[in-house]
Design a protein around this ligand. Structure first.
Ligand SMILES: Cc1cc2nc3c(=O)[nH]c(=O)nc-3n(C[C@H](O)[C@H](O)[C@H](O)COP(=O)(O)OP(=O)(O)OC[C@H]3O[C@@H](n4cnc5c(N)ncnc54)[C@H](O)[C@@H]3O)c2cc1C
Ligand code: FES
Length: 283
């Protein structure tokens, strides 16, 4: 059982929890994730380790309440417990001194990008961040990132914060005018696909953090299969980071939709059971 030490709401439907997990905290490196199970019969879902505090023995997880399991996780309060937290899993980011690097983050992926930027900075890179969201309220980790990097850009779809437009608009301009040595992109699959397409003609190595459906997280089930450079890779053990120019994003986007019907049904049952519970309190 893993105690929740702290909980914050970062944006509508986006929550941060700090979880007591001393052994994971000691070992976790940028780019790695944990697999959690909220209750005994619950599914296992992967979530990135957004930060850690070795002294406190804690890890930080930031998640978007998108379906049944993330909604149940979001209901747990400070002082309550998560049943299982397994990790750190996956290969850490390949951090080195590259020169000028850009980190592109979208939505909840911004939190997952944060430890990578932190690590790149500690290796002496000149770090540029481009983070974006639907609107002002959805741009999370803004202060943390602005205080960390050498140059920070923000975009929002509706122009309520930073520049109106997409993260890739700023990326294109930087690539046109500067020598960039490496790029990391973490966010929705479609954003990582577009970033990889934008950087391809400039031949700048582009690392993406893939998010296929995972079950065990240890290379046993094959659920997280992706095609990279024509070869089959298991994201949980070979990734989650891969060369964006080699990833078959269309296959990944298709595979992410495999269980849409079941996911919607699970969410509907959860919401109906909650509505029924509220009704019974009214009697
Ligand atoms: C390595 C990795 C790191 C991730 N890190 C984060 C993170 O830091 N924060 C965050 O909010 N999300 C993260 N995700 C995505 C997160 O795992 C899914 O949003 C979550 O599993 C959804 O579960 P659900 O029951 O709430 O929603 P559901 O309604 O079951 O699913 C909604 C969508 O989430 C995806 N999904 C569903 N089940 C899984 C699963 N078992 N594994 C992976 N994806 C699934 C599918 O695209 C699905 O269509 C990460 C995924 C991977 C692979
Ligand atoms: S999650 Fe099962 S092989 Fe990767």
């Amino acid at each position: 059982m893993f105690e929740i030490l702290d909980k914050k709401i970062l944006a509508p439907g986006v929550k941060l929890i700090k979880v007591k997990a001393p052994l994971i905290s000691q070992k976790a490196l940028a780019g790695q994730f944990v697999v959690i199970r909220v209750y005994e019969k619950g599914e296992r879902i992967p979530l990135t380790i957004a930060d850690k505090d070795e002294k406190e023995g804690s890890i930080t997880i930031v998640f978007q309440e998108i379906g049944k399991t993330t909604k149940l996780l979001g209901k747990l309060e400070k002082g309550e417990y998560i049943l299982d937290v397994v990790g750190p899993l996956g290969k850490p980011s390949e951090i080195d001194k590259y020169g000028v690097v850009i980190g592109v983050g979208g939505g909840v992926g911004i939190a997952a990008l944060f430890p990578i930027l932190k690590s790149l900075k500690s290796y002496g890179n000149y770090v540029i961040s481009i983070i974006g969201g639907r609107s002002k309220d959805y741009v999370i980790y803004r202060d943390e990132i602005e205080n960390l990097v050498d140059e920070a850009y923000i975009t929002t779809d509706d122009g309520t914060l930073g520049r109106k437009g997409l993260v890739t608009d700023v990326l294109k301009e930087l690539l046109e005018n500067r020598k960039i040595d490496r790029i990391w992109a973490v966010g929705p699959t479609i954003m990582m696909k577009v970033v990889s397409e934008v950087t391809r003609p400039y031949d700048v190595p582009t690392i993406v953090s893939l998010n296929p459906i995972m079950v065990d997280g240890t290379g046993m089930c094959g659920g997280c299969r992706v095609t990279v450079g024509g070869e089959i890779k298991f994201t949980c053990v070979d990734g989650p980071e891969f060369d964006g120019h080699l990833v078959d994003f269309d296959e990944l986007l298709l595979r992410l939709k495999t269980y849409k019907e079941e996911e919607m049904l699970a969410l509907k049952i959860l919401e109906e059971s909650e509505a029924n519970r509220i009704e019974s309190f009214k009697d």
